[in-house]
Ligand binder design. Structure first.
Ligand SMILES: [Cu+2]
Length: 233
């Protein structure tokens, strides 16, 4: 028969009822949580507008590794596809001419943070560019003046596209005060707002004004989710 004191000690070592020691928070493994909110976009008179694209990103200095992703934008049907592409600082964008007929394009972004001129970009040629500077780059084609596109470069991997109902959530955000940028583009016109958030904030409400009312485009999906969400709020 085991000594009762020894038996108790042996059980204590394996018992699930043993209180857990608090885990020390190491600076290298900072506690993270989700930050979420709702974006409302209106026109100048306050009526709901539906952006072509909206993104939320963390714009505070964080020691995150650049992912250096290879991203793709096509020149197809005499348009940049997608019209808006969000990339991370350090990503490489390959511009691929995928026209079915023999159409030559060009890509340029003048007088901007990410400045470049591609030269001719014939199918199946590709031009590529590393996006090193945070912010918007507006794309044009010198062979087709009506072609326009936008590349938004965000600082790190903590960013998310806003859903059609205006909601967004960024997961795994360091639990400390941070600066976010809420960005939208409606009918080629962007606008944005900076907001300071507390750790783990889940009620970040931002309203942005679209510089002009939303214009329905051929490529738009038949989707009125923005309007219906805003109207129901
Ligand atoms: Cu073109």
């Amino acid at each position: 028969m085991m000594n009762p004191t020894v038996l108790f000690a042996a059980l204590s070592l394996t018992s699930p009822l043993t209180p857990e020691q608090p885990t020390p928070i190491k600076s290298s493994a900072e506690r993270t949580c989700a930050v979420s909110g709702v974006l409302t976009v209106t026109d100048k008179s306050g009526r709901p507008a539906r952006p072509d694209y909206a993104e939320v990103y963390v714009d505070s200095a964080l020691s995150l590794k650049q992912r250096k992703q290879l991203r793709r934008m096509e020149q197809k049907g005499l348009a940049f596809v997608p019209r808006v592409l969000v990339v991370e600082k350090g990503d490489v964008v390959v511009f691929v001419n995928t026209e079915s007929s023999t159409v030559t394009h060009e890509i340029h972004a003048d007088k901007q943070t990410n400045t470049f001129v591609s030269g001719e970009n014939s199918n199946p040629e590709t031009f590529q560019k590393t996006f090193e500077h945070v912010g918007e780059t507006h794309l044009g084609c010198n062979k087709h003046a009506f072609m326009s596109g936008t590349i938004l470069t965000v600082p790190n991997s903590l960013h998310v596209q806003v859903e059609a109902n205006g909601k967004w959530t960024i997961a795994n955000v360091p639990a400390r005060p941070l600066k976010l940028v809420v960005w939208q583009q409606t009918a080629t016109q962007p606008s944005k707002k900076e907001v300071n958030v507390s750790a783990c904030d889940t009620a970040v409400k931002v309203t942005l004004e679209a510089p002009i009312a939303h214009v329905t485009k051929e490529n738009d999906k038949p989707d009125d989710a923005w309007e219906s969400y805003v109207a129901a709020d």
